[in-house]
Design a protein around this ligand. Structure first.
Ligand SMILES: [Zn+2]
Length: 170
């Protein structure tokens, strides 16, 4: 029995109680979140979001990749979101390795190099990483300048979110 079989059974129960079939596609609270995929982050729960409230774009590290930008641009221009949150977290796996080490290891393991992924986007400073992601959004010509883009770090030990200051250290 696989976990997929287990979760499909859970979905059968979910569908029996389902009452959200009338929700519209545009997020009700006009919010887009770019968050790490870490399994401890229940993004909707930790931010008090309900189904239909927000777009949550997730990947390893909560990185504003080309694909995250694609989603953010669609989120704003086609589905009306007006604010962007970047959400990283303490104890992130992306702090534990360096791109070149993983690349070398995988090359050795498989005996082949690849074109993609071009980057794994590992990082060594959480606050700095969040600031970089904010800059990637705010500097994009297709994201209007009046859209607030704010960055946060979720503490996996306390459940608390704190804002990352955008002012670069003097
Ligand atoms: Zn993470």
């Amino acid at each position: 029995m696989s976990t997929i079989d287990d979760v499909l059974r859970a979905n059968a129960h979910y569908a029996q109680q389902f009452t959200l079939g009338q929700l519209p596609s545009p997020p009700a609270r006009k919010l887009a979140v770019v968050a790490c995929m870490d399994a401890r982050l229940m993004v909707d729960q930790l931010l008090g979001l309900q189904p239909g409230d927000a777009h949550v774009i997730r990947n390893a590290g909560g990185i504003v990749t080309e694909d995250a930008l694609r989603s953010l641009i669609i989120s704003h221009h086609l589905l009306g979101t007006q604010e962007v949150m970047i959400l990283n977290h303490t104890d992130c796996g992306m702090l534990t390795f360096k791109d070149e080490d993983v690349r070398a290891k995988l090359h050795q393991l498989t005996g082949t190099a690849t074109v993609a992924p071009a980057h794994f986007h590992a990082f060594s400073d959480l606050d700095e990483n969040v600031r970089h992601q904010i800059q990637k959004v705010t500097s994009h010509p297709w994201i209007p300048k009046q859209i607030p883009v704010r960055g946060f770090i979720y503490d996996v030990k306390t459940g608390r979110v704190r804002e990352v200051t955008t002012a670069s250290p003097a």
